[in-house]
Each structure stands twice: as structure tokens, then as C-alpha cells.
Design a protein around this ligand. Structure first.
Ligand code: SER
Length: 879
């Protein structure tokens, strides 16, 4: 007879091949996040990925399946978190071996195969096994007794609690029968397998799936009865390896060894330390699997479960004397152990470990202080002889130090104290109410608060210096400025991800654009901003599908735009250096804009920069570009950077640690922007404008690389078009234009002479129309097609011809009439032109005025011109 499997990996393989040989399809484990099932946070058993098949909502091309499913039991109906480390069999992560029948075989085969595998293949002595059945399942009872031959005293009828299994509060469920390993009775204690004294180890749970439980608890029969069998790999390993506890198997031993090595604490020193070591070993596995399947620590849902587990492990680390992040090292060992069976762990190893380490680091910043506060509170509580920690303190630990309630509870449990849950909920509700009140206040402030809250939760890592693309996860969403869990096509959104290659607008450099793609949707990013320190917000619109918080996402920056910004940013540094060299060290940056296609640079200087100076500046910059000098990048303290001669921008805030960008010995600046690897990438730099913006502040605008070339081209096109229009080679254009201007001046002179002649002729005719009024010569008439300057020239001309008298010309024009009135010098005292024209203009609905000898007016009613002329006559007559 072949030897039974011993190692966990052998047991897994033996199980899967046993059922494969019996017509089952070997199905790979589904992720720990159930796909499209909002009723469940985690895959908590082997049947979860098949839920829809049980319900008859989905069919597969097989009716028997076997798998080793990754399970998390740390929330909801199946939550083993509290027991982890304290019992031999509870884990937040474990593997469940399963065989499933979708309306295919039922009780008989399921029971026979379970027994065959356990006792035949695995050779577990049948006398150590007992079974339980649902209280009135006589069929199962009969099968165990008659077919298998289990004696009646080893078959237990148990109730709902033990032998009716359901996935969650809703979903497929049914009566079950279990196989337990009996570790031996204690003299003073008799019990059945429902007892958790440690005597019984449930090796196998065989569920006869027959119902679907609805939201209101009603049970509807499934279309076809199914079988769902689950056998915890770790428990079975403990029996096959002949050890007392799962933690003594090869599954946990390497992890416990690693934890002992890191902490210097050995198993067996004290029970408390053993618990801590076991908690660390357990949690190291679950966090690795959760991260591998795309969950990230957060303050909600799955992310919060992950955070709670991680923090609990960190605190047990402290109990073991570990003050530095350590869990990631234990997770590393778990990846060594399980990477063959679950390759996703190995593929994402670096990512997983980095995440665990970062989250540990963050929590360690507040953990020590929080524990101090808790100790003081416990002391005070003891002094009062209390046993329950007030909700308000529990809330403060949660809010200020990041202590999940169950962590505080876990700590207190050791001291026999408890937590005032209701009080905690009240404090929490009060804070929410305060948040809502602030939200309704000034828009500006509340958005600021939202950003601050997000920043407190997510430390976004900017990775845009390294590349333009990366995979991360969506951590927060605002739709129309309001926090949301989801966004749909068309929504204007602000998106925060765990990491980002997108450069947020700062230091003059514009924010990146690009796209964020998730499994279900796509966002077009139109701008990237940094509203508060440590937060990067992608601003854009959902252009396809839907976006959800906590989803994995692929981020990609628009490369051409970034490349342009890089060229112009490095160009700005070179320009700044050249300005200082040519104009003197007082030429300090006051502001700048680094766009993908241009740059603008303001600096202190109190005179215009002469064309010669500008040329020297351009020559210097382009010399450095030709030298193709590599960039140097250093991080140092602010004072050291200044001492090293780095230029800081006037009025800018810098952190303690600054980034210094240098090129050769000519440019060294404090800068967080993105830069060319060598100056040569700038290509060319050309100043295109220089001017003053405020007293003592000048501005230059410049173009680099292809934008300078494009500008050159467009100017060349203008020049060529001009040359074409003037029918002249470009080289002779100036001569040609000077000649044309000369010709134009001659033509204008000739034209004016011609016009004067014409006017004289016209006036000659008109002068005959003068009449005698009150002893004076008055010429009042309409003229057609004459305007402005010409009208005035005609009045002058006619006045001269009259010798003594008054001339009024009225020239109708679009929508009205222009009037011009001249008085000969001898009459200006009696008849000032300004007075006459005011009165006359009034008749045609207008106003006017002027000097005593000449006045002009406009009116809007040419039909009353004759009346206006009569008015003039009357005025002259009245003398
Ligand atoms: N669903 C059952 C369990 O989890 C059997 O797989 O125990």
C-alpha cells in the first residue's frame, strides 16, 4: 500500500488527484475577493466561486469539480479572527480542499469518497474518526451506519448550529455531515463533536446543498441538489503529520521559525508569546494573499479588514519586542512556501512586501503613543475598579492612533477588560455628524477637509520619476467634488490612487495628462494636482464603463506632453543659470510656467534685457545643450543644499529634505520637477519675448526643441508667403518693401493734389448758391458723397471764396447727417460757429460744437434739413 501523504503540498495534490480520478474537473483557486458578489467581502469557503452554479444561474461544461481554494475568514458570518493564535485550528487565511457536485452525484458517493480518501488513501485509523449528521437526516445516518459501517455510538445527530451550513446570511445552504478526528477523551470531561474543548478536529464537512436563503430568511429549493465538500488543508495536515496543532505542521513551522528568528523569542517561553508568534505567522499569510488579489489597506470594507489584520500583527510584534517593520519578512517566507501552489504570490512578491512594509511603518508611527495612552487609561480604569473602557477613549484610540476597535479589544482581553461598543458607536456617529456639518459649510473649506481626510488615509507615492506607467489601485473618488464609491461614464471625477506616475502641477510645471484603466472602465485624466501635501489628485472624466474604489488600475501618462514638459523644465533651469551669468546674481526667479510647448520665466531685474544680452543668454544656454551634460540628482537637507550653492525659488516652501537637480557646474536648483537625463534633450532654446511685468520684474518667454523648430517654420512660412505676394526673393524683401513704401508715399501725395483740384471745382459751383440773409452772405446746402476731412476742407475753401459770410454743409450718411459750419473771421464775434451749429443740429436731432470759426455736428434726421437751414437763416437775421 502506498504511503499516505505527509507534507501539506502532498496532501493537496493527493486530494485533487483523487477526485480528478473520479471525474472531477480540477479548477484553480479563485481570488480571495469574490467576483461580482456584493453579499460577501471574502471568499470564505471552496463553494463561493461556484455559487451561481449551485443556484442554477450559470452552467459549466462539467458537473463535478475539485479545488484547493484560498479562503479568508475574518469578517461576517465566518470570522475566526478572535480565535487566531489561541486555538490549534483557527486561521484568517487557510486552504479549503473541496469536491463539488452540481446536480450530479449526491449523498451516497460523497460519503463513500470522503471515507475512502480519509481512511484508505490517507490511512487515518477509522477508530479515531467520528461523524455527525444533521438531526433528522436519516438518510445520511443510514449511509454512515450501513454502507460505511460506523458504529452508532460514533454517529452524532447535531442541530442547526453545527450541521446546517450556509455561505453567509444569504445564499446556498443545506444540512451537512462532518467527519471529526478524536484526539482522545480527557478523564474529567465527556462531550460530543460540537464541543470546542480541543478533543475534536473537524476534518471534513460535507454539505448537501439544497436551498437558497433569501434576504428575508426564506428558503427556496435549489434547482438540483448539490454537494459541497470542504476539508481544511491545515487541519488534515496536522492529523497526517501526527501533531497536535495546525501550527506544528509544515504549513506554519517555517513562518514561526522566521518570527522567532526576527524577534529572538522562542516558542514555549510563555503562552502569551506563543499566541503572538502564532498570530504573526497566521497574519503574514493572509495579508500576502489579500494584497496579491488586489486589496489594499484602507478605512473601509475589505481594505479595512486587511488593515485590521496588519495592525493586529504589528501590535503582536511589539509584544515580541519588535520595533521595526517585520511582518513583511514573515510574509516573504510565506511566499517562499506557497509560491508554487499560488504563482500570483511569487509574481507580485516585491509589490506585496513593499505594501506590507509601508503599512507597518505608518502604523508604527502611532502605535507606541497609542499603547502609552491605552496603558494610562487602563490604569485609571483599574483605579476606579471599572472593567469597561469608555467608548470615547476607544474612539480616540481609533481616530488619533489608528487602533481598530478589535485591536483595542484584543489588548484589553489579556487584562480581563472589555470595550464599551455602544459608546464607541456614539462617538463615531458624532464625528460623522460633525463631518457632515462641515461639509455643508463653505465649499472651499469642506473640499479642503475632504482632501485632508483622504491624505490622512492614503499616502500617495509619486513614482513619475521612474516611468510613465504603473499598476496601482483606486483609493478614493470624488464625483463633482463629493466623495463617492463609484463613478460612471460621463462623470467628472477626481481620483486618488495608491501610487502614481502622474506629475501633479507644482513648481511651475503643468500637471500630467493621460488615462486610468480599470477592469470595468476608463478615465481620461485632464490634469493632475496636489491640493495638499502628500496627495496627488487626478482630475478628469470617466469615458467608459464604471470605476470603483479599491479596484486595481493601470495608470498611463501621455508621453508626448510629459516629454515637452521635461524639455521646457530643464530649459528653464539653463535659462535661469544663463540669466544670472549675463545679468548678475540678482536675476533670481520670481515665478515660472513650464508647459509642454513653451516656458515663461519671471525674474528680478530692473532694466529691459537688451537684444545683445538676450543673444549672449541664448548662446550660453545652447552651448550647454550642445555639450550634452548629464543631470545629477541628489537629496539633502535644506541648509546643506543652500550651502552647496543650490538656487531656491523666492518665497517657496521647502521640506526638510530637498531634491537638488544639477547640470555640470553651471546649474544647481532645488526642484521637484521632471528633467532631461542630459541637457542635449532640450534640443535648442530660443527666447521669443522679453518684457516687464511689474516694477523690477522682467519676463522672458522661450521655446525649446521641436516647439522652437515649429515656430521657426511658421515664421518661415509667413516670410515665404510675403515674398510670394511681393514677387521678390526673400533676400531682397526689405529693399522691395522700402521701395513699395516710397511708391506709396508718392501716390498718396498725387492723390491728395487730385482731390484738392476736385474740391475746388465743386466749391466753385457751390459758391453761386450763397444768398443774402440779414445783410450777410449765407451758403447752406446739401452735399452728397463727401465725408469727414473732406467736408471740412470744403467748408474752408468756400469760406475763403465768400470773403465774408457763413457756410453750412450737410452731408447725409448712413443713418443720419454730418454738418460742418464755417464763419469768416470778421463775423466770428457776432456769429460764433459753435453757437450756430448747436441750434441748427438740434433741428435734425443732433448735438455739436467747436471753435468760433468752425464747428461740426451730427444729426439723425436728414428729412428735416430744410428746416435746419431756415433755422440758420433766422439766427443770422436776428443778428
Ligand atoms: N462550505 C462548507 C464549509 O465551508 C463545505 O465546503 O465548511
Amino acid at each position: 500500500m502506498p504511503t499516505p501523504p505527509r507534507r501539506a503540498s502532498e496532501i493537496r495534490e493527493s486530494f485533487l488527484s483523487f477526485f480528478e480520478a473520479r471525474g472531477h474537473r480540477r479548477v484553480p483557486s479563485a481570488p480571495v475577493v469574490p467576483a461580482g458578489d456584493p453579499t460577501l467581502l471574502f471568499t470564505n469557503s471552496g463553494m463561493v466561486p461556484f455559487k451561481r452554479v449551485f443556484l442554477g444561474e450559470e452552467t459549466r461544461d462539467y458537473s463535478r469539480a475539485t479545488s484547493s481554494q484560498k479562503c479568508i475568514r475574518a469578517s461576517g458570518k465566518h470570522n475566526d479572527l478572535e480565535n487566531v493564535g489561541r486555538t490549534p485550528i483557527h486561521h484568517t487565511f487557510f486552504e479549503m480542499l473541496g469536491n463539488f457536485s452540481f446536480g450530479d452525484y449526491f449523498k451516497e458517493e460523497a460519503i463513500e469518497w470522503a471515507w475512502e480518501l480519509l481512511t484508505d488513501v490517507w490511512q487515518i485509523p477509522p477508530e479515531r474518526l467520528v461523524v455527525s449528521v444533521f438531526r433528522d437526516d436519516d438518510e445520511a445516518y443510514g449511509l454512515w451506519q450501513d454502507r460505511i459501517g460506523v458504529p452508532a455510538e460514533k454517529i452524532f445527530r447535531l442541530g442547526e448550529e453545527e450541521n446546517f451550513w450556509s455561505m453567509g446570511d444569504t445564499g446556498p445552504c443545506g444540512p451537512c455531515t462532518e467527519v471529526h478526528y478524536d484526539r482522545g477523551a480527557r478523564a474529567d470531561h465527556t462531550c460530543d463533536p460540537s464541543c470546542d474543548c480541543g478533543r475534536w478536529s473537524e476534518l471534513w464537512n460535507l454539505v448537501f446543498m439544497q436551498f437558497n436563503r433569501g434576504a428575508s430568511g426564506e428558503m427556496t429549493p435549489l434547482p438540483r441538489p448539490c454537494v459541497d465538500t470542504g476539508a481544511g488543508l491545515e487541519r488534515n495536515a496536522s492529523v497526517l503529520q501526527g501533531v497536535e496543532s495546525d501550527y506544528d505542521t509544515d504549513v506554519f513551522r517555517p513562518l514561526l521559525e522566521r518570527a522567532q528568528e526576527l524577534s529572538g523569542v522562542s516558542l514555549g517561553e510563555t503562552e502569551d508569546k506563543d499566541v503572538s508568534l502564532r498570530v504573526v505567522a497566521d497574519h503574514a499569510r493572509s495579508v500576502a494573499f489579500m494584497l496579491a488579489d488586489g486589496i489594499l489597506p484602507s478605512n473601509e470594507g475589505r481594505g479595512y479588514v486587511l488593515r485590521r489584520i496588519l495592525r493586529r500583527a504589528a501590535r503582536h510584534g511589539v509584544l515580541l519586542g519588535l520595533e521595526e517593520p517585520f511582518l513583511y519578512r514573515v510574509s516573504d517566507t510565506s511566499i517562499d512556501e506557497l509560491g508554487d501552489a499560488f504563482p500570483e504570490l511569487r509574481e507580485r512578491r516585491a509589490y506585496i512586501l513593499e505594501r506590507v512594509r509601508r503599512e507597518e511603518e505608518r502604523f508604527l508611527e502611532t502605535l507606541g503613543k497609542g499603547l502609552g495612552v491605552l496603558e494610562d487609561e487602563v490604569r485609571a480604569l483599574r483605579a476606579r475598579q471599572g472593567t469597561e473602557l469608555s467608548g470615547e477613549v476607544v474612539f480616540r484610540l481609533y481616530d488619533t492612533f489608528g487602533f481598530p476597535v478589535d485591536l483595542t479589544e484584543d489588548i484589553l482581553r489579556g487584562d480581563g477588560l472589555s470595550v464599551d461598543h455602544a459608546g464607541f458607536e456614539t462617538s463615531m456617529a458624532e464625528q460623522r455628524a460633525r463631518g457632515r456639518a462641515a461639509w455643508k459649510g463653505s465649499g472651499q473649506q469642506s473640499v479642503g477637509e475632504v482632501y485632508a481626510r483622504i491624505a490622512a488615509d492614503v499616502a500617495v507615492e509619486f513614482r513619475g520619476y521612474e516611468g510613465l506607467q504603473l499598476g496601482s489601485a483606486i483609493r478614493a473618488l470624488l464625483v463633482d467634488g463629493v466623495p463617492a464609491q463609484n463613478a460612471a461614464a460621463g462623470d467628472p471625477v477626481e481620483v486618488v490612487t495608491e501610487e502614481t506616475p502622474f506629475y501633479p502641477e507644482s513648481g511651475g510645471q503643468v500637471g500630467d495628462r493621460g488615462s486610468i484603466q480599470t477592469a470595468s472602465g476608463r478615465i481620461q485624466v485632464e490634469d493632475t494636482r496636489k491640493p495638499v501635501d502628500g496627495l496627488v489628485v487626478h482630475v478628469g472624466r470617466v469615458v467608459e464603463g464604471e470605476i470603483h474604489v479599491d479596484e486595481p488600475a493601470e495608470l498611463e501618462v501621455e508621453a508626448a506632453r510629459r516629454a515637452g514638459a521635461i524639455r521646457h523644465h530643464t530649459g528653464t533651469h539653463l535659462l535661469h543659470a544663463a540669466l544670472r551669468e549675463v545679468l548678475g546674481p540678482q536675476a533670481v526667479q520670481r515665478g515660472s510656467l513650464v508647459a509642454p510647448d513653451r516656458l515663461r520665466f519671471d525674474f528680478t531685474h530692473d532694466a529691459p534685457v537688451s537684444p545683445q544680452e538676450l543673444e549672449r543668454i541664448e548662446d550660453l544656454v545652447n552651448g550647454w545643450i550642445e555639450d550634452n551634460v548629464p543631470r545629477r540628482e541628489e537629496s539633502m537637507g535644506y541648509p546643506e543644499a543652500l550651502a552647496a550653492g543650490a538656487v531656491a525659488m523666492f518665497g517657496e516652501k521647502y521640506g526638510d529634505e530637498v531634491r537638488v537637480i544639477s547640470f555640470g557646474d553651471f546649474s544647481k536648483e532645488l526642484c521637484g520637477g521632471t528633467h532631461a537625463a542630459t541637457t542635449g534633450e532640450v534640443g535648442l532654446l530660443k527666447v521669443v519675448a522679453e518684457g516687464g511685468v511689474a516694477s523690477g520684474v522682467r519676463r522672458v518667454e522661450a521655446l525649446s526643441g521641436r516647439d522652437a523648430l515649429e515656430r521657426w517654420r511658421s515664421q518661415e512660412r509667413t516670410l515665404e508667403r510675403t515674398a510670394h505676394l511681393l514677387r521678390s526673393p526673400v533676400s531682397e524683401l526689405t529693399t522691395r518693401i522700402e521701395k513699395l513704401l516710397d511708391e506709396r508715399r508718392t501716390l498718396e501725395r498725387d492723390l491728395e493734389a487730385l482731390r484738392a483740384g476736385q474740391r475746388r471745382e465743386a466749391s466753385g459751383d457751390l459758391v453761386t448758391r450763397a444768398r443774402e440773409v440779414g445783410g450777410h452772405r449765407v451758403l447752406a446746402t446739401r452735399v452728397e458723397g463727401v465725408e469727414g476731412k473732406q467736408l471740412r476742407a470744403m467748408v474752408d475753401d468756400l469760406r475763403a471764396r465768400l470773403g465774408s459770410g457763413i457756410v453750412l454743409l450737410a452731408a447725409p450718411r448712413e443713418g443720419g447727417v454730418s454738418l460742418a459750419l464755417g464763419v469768416t473771421p470778421d463775423l466770428v464775434k457776432r456769429f460764433p460757429a459753435g453757437r450756430l451749429i448747436r441750434e441748427v443740429a438740434a433741428v435734425v436731432g443732433g448735438k455739436g460744437g467747436g471753435r468760433p470759426d468752425f464747428a461740426q455736428a451730427g444729426g439723425n434726421d436728414p428729412s428735416r434739413l430744410e428746416e435746419a437751414f431756415s433755422r440758420l437763416d433766422a439766427l443770422v437775421e436776428a443778428g
